[in-house]
Design a binder for this molecule. Structure first.
Ligand code: GTP
Length: 308
């Protein structure tokens, strides 16, 4: 997609010349004839704008003030960087400095040489592309840092962030949520009997089975090894046991098929309900963990919940 450029100039002929030149180079253009119109165009097209060419001397609101406002909006809305090139008949050092301080990235002196403008546009496009790649790499890194490599669900760090968020929703809006820990039973035996790869396949399959019965707003994360956490927002207490019994059954009802072997598997689940008391996430997880411990101690393949 070619770059989209906002041309801001109060002189119609200057605007037209720029538009013709940029169109010839294959850029898409939109226009504004004063500072306020530039801000309006920016607000209307900020998702699809790659560069602003801004005249400096304009009546009512000059180019510097318009760019200051645009930069402020970008900062408030946490928008990506958008290059701005000022165009001005004034070549004073102070003006160039003011332009850069106002949020401009370059400053060209009118009359503008088409060659220089083309070269500057190319340079800005290069920087914009580089920045876009950087933003994308950061997004991928952030995803990697919050995802469990084997099962693709949230890792412990990301799970705890979401747990914090859900707990504060409960405190703010009332209602209650479930926080559970579930742990595969005798999983060491699975690894020892069928091998580590088979164990990995069991972990992936169990997560897929649970994901298959979760609602869209529910959250599952891998807390470590063969231990997982589940958050069920807006969960009333009277549906708690029935819901987690369903998850327990979904794990236990069929063995996991790995190649031509069938691996029977069960899980123990410890559940805690959170209704907005002063507890923090560590204390809530500890309550779920205590119930999980009890489920293990009392025979495994079961759900344990103690009302507070
Ligand atoms: N295949 C595989 N095994 C893992 C992974 N992470 C942890 N484990 C294994 O999970 C097993 C956990 O064993 P234990 O903590 O003794 O628990 P358990 O055998 O499930 O027994 P209980 O929890 O008491 O029912 C160990 O053998 C770990 O090596 C993994 O990513 N892949």
């Amino acid at each position: 997609m070619p770059m989209r450029v906002l041309i801001v100039d109060d002189t119609n002929t200057d605007r037209l010349l720029l538009k013709l030149h940029l169109s010839k180079l294959g850029y898409r253009t939109i226009e504004a004839s004063n500072g306020q119109a530039a801000i309006d165009q920016f607000l209307a097209h900020s998702q699809d704008l790659d560069l602003i060419l801004m005249d400096v001397q304009m009546p009512f609101m000059n180019g510097f003030d318009a760019v200051r406002s645009i930069r402020k909006i970008q900062e408030q809305q946490k928008q990506e960087w958008l290059p701005v090139i000022f165009l001005s008949a004034s070549a004073e050092d102070d003006d160039v400095e003011d332009g850069i301080l106002a949020g401009g990235d370059d400053y060209l002196i009118k009359p503008i040489s088409q060659k220089v403008l083309s070269a500057k546009m190319l340079a800005m496009q290069r920087i914009a592309d580089m920045r876009r790649r950087l933003v994308e790499s950061n997004r991928v890194l952030e995803e990697l840092a919050s995802t469990d490599y084997l099962t693709g669900v949230a890792n412990r760090r990301a799970f705890e962030v979401m747990l914090d968020r859900e707990m504060s929703f409960v405190r703010r809006y009332g209602s209650s949520m479930a926080c559970a820990m579930f742990d595969l039973d005798k999983f060491k035996v699975v690894n020892d009997t069928y091998g580590h790869d088979a164990g990995d396949a069991v972990l992936v399959e169990v997560v897929n089975r649970i994901k298959g019965v979760l609602r869209e707003e529910d959250i599952i994360g891998r807390l470590g090894g063969e231990e997982f956490g589940i958050i069920l927002p807006k969960m009333p207490e009277n549906e708690l046991i029935e819901t987690f019994e369903r998850y327990r059954c979904v794990v236990a009802e069929h063995p996991v098929t790995y190649g031509d072997i069938e691996i029977p598997i069960t899980a123990s689940i410890g559940v805690a309900l959170y209704s907005g008391n002063k507890e923090n996430k560590i204390e809530l997880l500890k309550r779920a963990d205590d119930s999980l411990y009890e489920a293990k101690e009392t025979g495994r393949n079961r759900v344990v919940y103690h009302p507070q």
